[in-house]
Write a protein that binds this ligand. Structure first.
Ligand code: SF4
Length: 436
């Protein structure tokens, strides 16, 4: 089964799950290409396939099992190496090899840097460089992720991440700065600092204790053509006064934040082990609004956590009404083996969880729509991301508040430009605009 000595020339890479996986897949591609491999246009043309997997939800794992079935079938007529990496590989480990004979190699999240060596017969050392220290940028991108920390120490009761990603490790600041300078030189105009718990960044460097606000303000003072710095995902409990001050003071820090709420009920937040309350969450949003003019928010919300009563659920609905997020990622509790919530009492039926999710989605849809209609006025600055695939005379762009804007240029525009446009209407949730 093992073919470590066989070398490969064309790879097929599939990525599931969070932005961290996307960033790591980009880095992996850089390493594979540096080792002389090329991306195949179709899975059928590759001599190796890599699945960078996600374990956060059962549905993601089911999809990946489906893809493994596909590759098992493909391998009957088309010899290839199948590598499974990422969180699912970490969670299931060697069970994979037993249950899925089509899988040739299982590499945990911290072993990803060995994949290029494995596939090309190179040495591990050559590839180790990519893990936290090499550019995650792909040619032509105007936006890029920059991982700054990995892992999580929080153990929220429903979450598998601390078990599969391990404890928090922060990246050396100089390597972050160097990477951002490289990205800037390559034409990147917007970066997102990434980490499972990004605002608990902590690194002792040259005798100085660097926390996330220090790193963010250093980065903001160093960039010039990168105009928007984002970060994801912050934990509400680690959102310090210093961080609010940096967001308020530094023009380059985007005035739009994703702040996961998860629930509007303090009782459920405690059961979830989130370490903040409804009141402190709302206080944080209030403090940010007071300090940062025009700031907007998105969030993650879960319904149907074990023990969630109708009253708890209504507190979540009322939190959504109170904050008025521009968008929300909403989902229902899905028990993950290996987490504390699996064995908690008062598990809710799937009917109740689905009905609550639908009610939440309906509410948030109307809030998002009302917010967007209210915001559809005046001039906004947008970053041009690409030419529309539907109409080559139109450009797709995004605002500082991460809103999609489509417009027709009246003067020459290039991807990567910042352009002022006048909002004129909406198609679905996309703004239409005319160039100034
Ligand atoms: S903070 Fe909680 S939800 Fe986020 S990665 Fe850590 S354990 Fe998971």
């Amino acid at each position: 089964m093992s073919d470590t000595l066989k070398t490969h020339s064309r790879y097929w890479l599939e990525t599931y799950g969070c932005q961290m996986n996307t960033a790591e897949s980009n880095a992996l591609e850089v390493a594979l290409q540096a080792a002389g491999m090329q991306a195949a246009l179709r899975a059928e043309d590759a001599d190796c396939a890599i699945l960078n997997t996600c374990s956060v939800r059962k549905t993601a794992e089911n999809r990946i099992w489906g893809r493994i079935g596909f590759f098992q079938h493909l391998k009957q007529s088309h010899p290839m190496t199948l590598v499974v990496t990422g969180c699912m590989a970490e969670r299931l480990g060697d069970e994979f090899l037993k249950d899925a004979p089509a899988v040739d190699h299982v590499m945990g999240t911290n072993d990803k840097q060995r994949i290029a060596a494995l596939l090309t017969g190179g040495s591990d050392e050559r590839d180790a460089a990519y893990s936290f220290t090499q550019s995650y940028y792909k040619d032509g991108d105007v936006k890029s992720y920059v991982p700054i920390m990995n892992g999580c120490d929080n153990f929220c009761a429903y979450c598998i991440v601390p078990y599969v990603r391990g404890r928090e490790v922060s990246r050396e600041p100089q390597s972050v700065y160097d990477e951002i300078h490289r990205l800037e030189d390559a034409g990147v105009r917007e970066i997102t600092l990434l980490g499972q718990n990004v605002n608990s960044y902590d690194y002792t460097w040259n005798g100085k204790h660097m926390r996330f606000p220090d790193l963010l303000s250093d980065i903001a003072s160093q960039v010039s053509s990168i105009r928007w710095i984002r970060f994801e995902s912050p934990h509400p409990k680690d959102f310090s006064k210093e961080l609010i001050a940096v967001i308020a003071q530094e023009k380059a820090v985007a005035k739009h934040l994703h702040v996961p709420a998860q629930s509007g009920s303090t009782r459920i937040l405690q059961l979830m082990n989130r370490k903040y309350t409804r009141e402190t969450y709302l206080q944080l949003i209030g403090n940010l609004r007071e300090a940062v003019d025009g700031i907007t928010f998105t969030t993650d919300v879960m319904v149907g956590f074990p023990g969630e009563t109708e009253d708890d659920f209504h507190q979540t609905l009322s939190l959504m009404r109170e904050v008025r997020f521009l968008e929300a990622f909403m989902y229902y509790f899905n028990p993950r083996e290996g987490t504390k919530a699996v064995s908690m009492p008062d598990q809710l039926s799937s009917e109740v969880r689905m009905a609550r999710l639908q009610e939440l989605i309906n509410l948030q849809r109307s809030i998002s729509h009302e917010e967007k209609v209210a915001r559809c006025t005046g001039t906004v600055e947008v970053l041009v991301e690409q030419i529309s695939k539907r109409n080559e005379h139109e450009y797709l762009s995004r605002s500082e508040h991460d809103e999609m804007v489509v417009f027709q240029p009246i003067s020459p525009v290039r991807v990567g430009d910042f352009v002022d446009v006048e909002l004129t209407g909406m198609v679905g949730s996309t703004f239409t605009a005319t160039q100034h």
